[in-house]
Each structure stands twice: as structure tokens, then as C-alpha cells.
Write a protein that binds this ligand. Structure first.
Ligand code: NAD
Length: 318
């Protein structure tokens, strides 16, 4: 994969600047556009801070060019990744514009969390070059990216994108059908639906629920996926459990009323001191620090392992 290929990022917020960092750190020229001038101006400092944490040469942040105009950002880009707010109408109009402004060879991708790519591409003329690249938050720490194919995406664009993602150290998977939420968010929100229902039903409080996940089956999820685990213990046990359990799982249509009530009461999460749990500022900072330190340590370890593997490959080729 040619590291000189230009990558354009549209939307420089939480996800956009982190995605820009990944490509810049691997030597790609990156252009980034955001209509909010303050957000755009903050990109270099935010990217340098990530590079410093990961032990990457901060001079590589200079690979990123800030663009006030969308047309300048997308000019001659091999790939455009849109990371604008999660609103269907906004994304549709961005893709209509991208399709008009970008050269015919440019692949257009959305980082949407859950919206089907087909819906986002609805107003674009050339749907063959539109696909999904779903990075996880924070993109510079979480290795996975889901590459989503619609019924109209050219398979060659999917293959190219998977190869590009692997070349910048991402663990890329091919999502073969454009279903809402793709793979990861369908699984994550199926778990959240049941978690909210258990707390709403008084089975446990939110702190207990989180402990059960973190210290129970969550403790093995990093090394053992749910289907590997089923294979390991034998499918009969999974079937036996499903026969008893599945009729009892939450199947509230739509979002759970408990979640809606919390939001209506202004209990929207750590930022306001109360969500599913009550948080002092100190407690909230402690959780954020724990998360940041753990994710950064994992990312540094992966980077060292990759560098060692590359060195070993070079040594054995001599
Ligand atoms: N935050 C997450 O945990 C997460 C994880 C995975 C995927 N995503 C997805 O990534 C996308 C971006 O999310 P985020 O958390 O970075 O949001 P964000 O609000 O932090 O950033 C969005 C940025 O887009 C800019 N923007 C607004 N209108 C625009 C336009 N017309 N053109 C270009 N930029 C525009 C905003 O100024 C803002 O800086 C969303 O689709 C979201 O669902 C988010």
C-alpha cells in the first residue's frame, strides 16, 4: 500500500482527529475539514498529544493539513472518511457534495456508528464508491475498524480499503451486508438493552451490573469471543441455556422507558454528575483516567509487538 496516498477527513471532532492521527503516523498526507474553526485549529495539538502518549514522533503530525474548504480537503484524495455528527439528513447532504467534489477515483467512506451506509449514500450519484469505515472510540487506541459493503459498493473498493487499514496497523473486518449497527454496535446495544432492563427491574443496581460484566464474562472477552467460547464449552450447553433463558430476555420495542425517564430528568451521565449511577467529579475523573491509562498501555503494547514482528520479518529475509 502506497503511504503517499492522500486521506481526507471530514469532521475534526472526537473521532475525526483520532482517525487523522492514525494515517499521519503512518506517513500518509492527511487533509482535514471542519466548519467549526476552533475545532479545526485544535487538531494539531490534539494529534501531537496522542502521538506523545503512544511514543510516536510528533513531527509526523505535520502530515496533517487543515482545510477551511471541503473542496480543498478532498482534492486528489484516495479516500475520504466522513466523521460528522450522527444525523441522517446531514450525512446525506455531505455525501451528495462529496460525490460532486471528489475526483472519480476517490473512495468515500462514512464513520457512522449505526446508520446504514445505503441510507447515507441515497442522494449520491456514484454509489459504487461509497462504503463504511466504522472506527471505535478512541480510534487511536481501539484496533478494530469495520469496513461495510452495501449492495452497490464495488468489491474492489472494499478489498483496497481493507488492505489500507491493515497497512496502518488497524485490525480490519469486512461487514458483508449493510445492516443497521453493523456487527459491533448490534452486539454492544443488545447487551446494553438487557443491562438497562435488569436495573430497571430492580434485579441489581448499575454498579453491580458493571461489575458483573467487567469481572465476569467481560474478563475473558479480550481473548475469547462469544462463539469461540461456545465452541470451547460445546454447543449443547449454549442450546440448553437458550431454551430456558431466551423467552425471559428483554424485548421492549424501541428504547427502554427507564432510559427515556433518566434523560427527561436531566440525568444524562458523568458530565452532569448523574446517569445510571451518581458521580462525584473525582470519581468520574478516576474512571476516565483508568480507561485512558489501560487503553494507552494496550495500544503501546500492540505497537511494540508490531514493530518486533516487522523487525523479525526483516531479519529472517536477510
Ligand atoms: N463518539 C463515539 O464514541 C463514536 C464512535 C464511533 C463512531 N462515531 C461516529 O463518528 C461520527 C462523528 O462522531 P464524533 O463523536 O466525532 O462527533 P463530534 O461531535 O465530536 O464531531 C463531529 C464534528 O463534525 C463537525 N461537523 C458538523 N457539520 C459538519 C459538516 N457539514 N461537515 C463536516 N464536519 C461537520 C462538527 O463541527 C464536529 O467537530 C458520528 O457519525 C458518530 O456516530 C462516534
Amino acid at each position: 500500500m502506497d503511504a503517499r496516498q492522500k486521506i481526507a477527513i471530514v469532521g475534526a471532532g472526537l473521532m475525526g482527529h483520532g482517525i487523522a492521527q492514525i494515517f499521519a503516523a503512518h506517513g500518509h498526507p492527511v487533509s482535514i475539514h471542519d466548519p467549526n474553526g476552533d475545532v479545526l485549529a485544535a487538531v494539531p495539538a490534539r494529534v501531537e498529544a496522542i502521538m506523545q502518549t503512544l511514543g510516536i514522533d510528533i513531527a509526523l503530525a505535520a502530515n496533517i493539513v487543515l482545510c477551511d474548504r471541503l473542496e480543498d480537503a478532498v482534492e486528489s484524495a484516495a479516500l475520504v472518511i466522513e466523521a460528522a455528527p450522527e444525523r441522517v439528513a446531514l450525512k446525506q447532504s455531505i455525501f451528495e457534495e462529496l460525490d460532486r467534489l471528489a475526483g472519480p477515483q476517490t473512495i468515500l467512506a462514512s464513520n457512522t456508528s449505526v446508520i446504514p451506509i445505503t441510507e447515507i449514500a441515497a442522494k449520491a450519484a456514484n454509489k459504487k464508491r461509497i462504503l463504511g469505515t466504522h472506527f471505535w472510540n478512541p480510534p487511536h487506541y481501539v484496533p478494530l475498524v469495520e469496513v461495510i459493503q452495501t449492495a452497490e459498493t464495488d468489491p474492489a473498493h472494499i478489498a483496497w480499503t481493507l488492505e489500507l487499514m491493515a497497512s496502518v496497523g488497524m485490525s480490519a473486518v469486512h461487514v458483508k451486508k449493510d445492516v443497521a449497527g453493523f456487527i459491533g454496535n448490534r452486539l454492544q446495544h443488545a447487551l446494553k438493552r438487557e443491562a438497562i432492563a435488569l436495573v430497571a427491574d430492580g434485579v441489581c443496581d448499575a454498579a453491580t451490573l458493571d461489575k458483573v460484566v467487567r469481572e465476569g464474562f467481560g474478563a475473558r472477552l479480550g481473548v475469547l469471543g462469544p462463539l469461540e467460547q461456545s465452541d470451547m464449552i460445546g454447543l449443547q450447553l449454549t442450546l440448553d441455556c437458550h431454551e430456558v433463558l431466551l423467552p425471559h430476555l428483554d424485548n421492549t420495542p424501541g428504547a427502554h422507558p427507564f432510559l427515556r425517564e433518566k434523560i427527561a430528568k436531566g440525568e444524562t451521565g458523568m458530565a452532569v454528575g448523574k446517569g445510571f449511577r451518581a458521580w462525584t467529579e473525582e470519581e468520574a475523573d478516576g474512571v476516565r483516567r483508568r480507561f485512558q491509562d489501560y487503553m494507552a498501555a494496550c495500544a503501546r503494547k500492540r505497537r511494540d509487538e508490531n514493530m518486533n514482528a516487522c523487525q523479525n520479518a526483516r531479519d529472517s529475509a536477510k
